[in-house]
Design a protein around this ligand. Structure first.
Ligand SMILES: C[S@@+](CC[C@H](N)C(=O)[O-])C[C@H]1O[C@@H](n2cnc3c(N)ncnc32)[C@H](O)[C@@H]1O
Length: 324
């Protein structure tokens, strides 16, 4: 990993650990409100993510959770809310001051959440590019607004590391900015802007390809929201650059022989005269009932060119169920 990247990141997040920088990453996702969960104000001020990686449906059966890039610890507290076991959540960060800040914040959290013990979280110094975590030992791994800081080769390495530590069928849950507009090289190479999660993002399709290239067989796009704009007055760009944030869950399912299943919120509806339509490949559509389908199946059904099938566009909101 380039030393400039690390120096810039360490400096920026040391400052953000010592004095909360409200809006550093700017999330538009409301903070989880759950019965008995009280998030200390300091943690909310240090919310440096761009979405949420905490989804109750990922967290059944006492999962072992790994969270990389801890920030103020808010999402670790939310994960601990579901796991409630000693060292059930492992938090890794490369910046000492950030680890110390989240440790302090957990003491505050303990005071206002009777169910919470700071031993539920194990904080470790470490690097996303070389996780000191055993192979196939984690049920749920998460990162929020960290991977977009990396350049392509670092991102490949970080994804490989997450894949390595996950158990078969384990889940990598991520929230990151994406950008469908070309980001000028001057901005892309600006280490500070990258560290601020502003100039390192890539188009969603390219991001998905990088994730599936390391082996994840199933991808869920769970949310897509407006994030930021980089405008010609404030940034070194001639055109307005629009950034969005996405929530992605990558599942360590075996890779299907015909390629990964990527769910982007598409559905298929059959409106013919029969009770159902069966494509002979495991997809049965009951008359006028939507079936959530992955993009591969959506495209295959569309290619049948039938006048009794409707295939919806991506909603970028997929919350389970359906084909594959
Ligand atoms: C944008 S902040 C996000 C913090 C947190 N995930 C949140 O949502 O509030 C990025 C975090 O990643 C940490 N970080 C940066 N580079 C890292 C690396 N190579 N390995 C582990 N952590 C890293 C920073 O110290 C910081 O805590």
């Amino acid at each position: 990993m380039s030393t400039i990247y690390l120096e810039t990141t360490k400096k920026l997040y040391k400052e953000a650990a010592e004095k909360p920088e409200i809006g550093l990453c700017c999330t538009t996702t409301p903070v989880w409100k759950l019965p008995g969960l009280d998030i200390p104000v300091i943690m909310q001020q240090m919310n440096y993510g761009c979405g949420s990686t905490v989804h109750p449906r990922d967290l059944t059966n006492n999962p072992r959770i790994l969270y990389v890039g801890v920030g103020g610890g808010m999402e670790l507290l939310q994960f601990a809310y579901f796991s409630r076991q000693k060292r059930g959540v492992i938090g890794v960060d490369v910046v000492d001051e950030m680890l110390a800040a989240s440790e302090r914040n957990f003491v505050e959290a303990e005071k206002i959440n009777p169910w919470f013990h700071k031993e539920f979280v194990l904080l470790k110094k470490g690097n996303a590019l070389n996780l000191l975590v055993e192979d196939s030992s984690i049920d749920c791994a998460a990162q929020n607004c960290l991977f977009n800081i990396f350049k392509k080769t670092e991102l490949e390495q970080a994804l490989k590391e997450m894949y390595r530590v996950l158990k078969p069928r384990g889940r990598l849950i991520m929230s990151d900015p994406i950008c469908e507009t070309e980001i000028p090289e001057t901005l892309r190479n600006d280490e500070r802007l990258r560290a601020l999660c502003l100039s390192g993002s890539m188009p969603l399709k390219q991001y998905i390809k990088m994730i599936t290239d390391v082996g994840f067989g199933t991808i869920e796009i769970r949310a897509k929201r407006p994030y930021r704009v980089l405008d010609p007055i404030n940034y070194d760009t001639h055109k307005l650059i629009y950034l969005e944030s996405v929530e992605i869950c990558a599942i360590k399912d075996p890779m299907p022989t015909d390629g990964p299943c990527v769910f982007t919120g598409r559905s298929a509806l059959y409106y013919g005269t029969d009770i159902f339509f069966d494509d002979g490949k495991g997809h049965v559509l009951m008359a006028n009932q939507p079936l959530a389908v992955c993009d591969k199946t959506a495209d295959a059904l569309k290619a049948l060119n039938r006048n009794d099938l409707f295939i919806s566009e991506s909603t970028w909101f997929y919350d389970g169920g359906g084909c594959c």
